[in-house]
Design a protein around this ligand. Sequence first.
Ligand SMILES: Nc1ncnc2c1ncn2[C@@H]1O[C@H](COP(=O)(O)OP(=O)(O)OP(=O)(O)O)[C@@H](O)[C@H]1O
Length: 486
Amino acid sequence: MTGGLGGYDAVAEANAQKSVLAIHWSRICERLKVEVGEVEYRTWLRQITVGPVDEDEITLYLPTRFLRDWVRGQYGDRLGTLWNAEVPAIRRVELQVARPATDAAPAGREDTPPVPAAPSPDRAAPRPAASAPVPEEPRPAEVRTDLAAPLDQRFTFDTFVVGKPNEFAYACARRVAEQPSSPGFNPLFLYGGVGLGKTHLMHSIGAELVREGRVSVAYMSAEKFMYRFIAAIRSQSTMEFKEQLRSVDVLMIDDLQFLIGKDNTQEEFFHTFNALVDAGRQIVVSADKSPSDLSGLEDRLRTRLGCGMVADIHATTFELRISILEAKATASGVVVPAKVLEFLAHKITSNVRELEGALNRLIAHANLFGRPVTLEATQDVLHDILKAHDRRVTIEEIQRKVAEHWNIRLTDMSSARRARAVARPRQVAMYLAKQLTSRSLPEIGRKFGNRDHTTVIHAVSRVTGLMAEDPAFAEDVELLRRMLES
Ligand SMILES: Nc1ncnc2c1ncn2[C@@H]1O[C@H](COP(=O)(O)OP(=O)(O)OP(=O)(O)O)[C@@H](O)[C@H]1O
């Protein structure tokens, strides 16, 4: 590809080469359609654009890293063979990530338009000619701050403590961060109660992708999405808003439940969602409930949200709370005795945010006054928080949980049935009632079908004995106790 005769000839030669390559490529595409089928072709191969030839190598472009890797793994050799059959001088195919020019939208902050000739900041930037792919190098990884909230630097995979309740969601988030748009993982829908780490995981995905490079990430709360949309309508710039959204590689929307009842915004989100997924981009969404339980969201949106991977973050266990506290205490550099951590993990069970808040207050207090953290100081410094968490468990709740756990009828808690499958759970419920409530033995007996207080004493000692003998049984009872306390 030498020019030698001046700029015009070089351009003419490049154009001629392009049109010849385009003819070869269209023939190869026809072959591929027949070989792999129309659907497969449209999903993976249609997005390829042809780049330059250098010696014996032709460069093909794909819009995302994920597509590039997939096509390379599945079709790399075949593409090489087909090109070689068309143009014997081509012996190798190089696959690169590049956004086709038709998709190119402003890629930086609004105040730094990437296309120098942009006529005005409130108009979409002009697009280069459709056939010229934009190579990946000049387009650095970025967080689309024009669209989105900046990522919180503290929320990374490294600082996320993994335990049983969140290990699945964590694994899914890691997978998406490593391979955005993997089949089966798009969209990734994370859900769980308040303060259990959904936002932390989303920011971790964003941080990882940006660190890895080559993708643009937009993160925003559903609330922010709505306000941006409304502002765009008011300023008559909805097209620009849509284009910005649809130009990102990964779109993350936090707290989607906010869109319940906001029909127009839902509609807009639905179209954005479809446009991105259809273009092979990744969507990550969080909400407080699963897609099927988000009544108030349009059915078609709920259906699409549930199409990828739905991962639940469960309420924390005692072990996870301890691990989180340990990690955060270590990071703070303040020595917090194990018994203080255990005390907090027992007392503050509702969510990690509150747990973290309590620990932060303790640490701040220790730093301010230069005093060691003790159990007494903890009770003093946190007395208001601890009081709010002093939960009263009722005997009815205990009976319900225990019955559910062993799959027996609630009425069997007070029935006369003595079969072990029923009597043992009943004894456990009596034991837990004694442990977790301040009710007297006769009161407990009365709640269990008017039994005598000696029956309750017998149940307590029987369960205590069995727990000592049988670790699996002890674990069951312990689990129930923690569930009831949280
Ligand atoms: N497994 C964890 N390891 C470390 N920190 C955690 C973990 N889970 C939650 N946190 C911390 O708890 C706080 C609350 O988490 P986050 O904001 O991610 O919760 P959320 O599920 O998004 O809550 P909301 O429903 O209110 O949006 C954050 O400071 C976060 O870092």
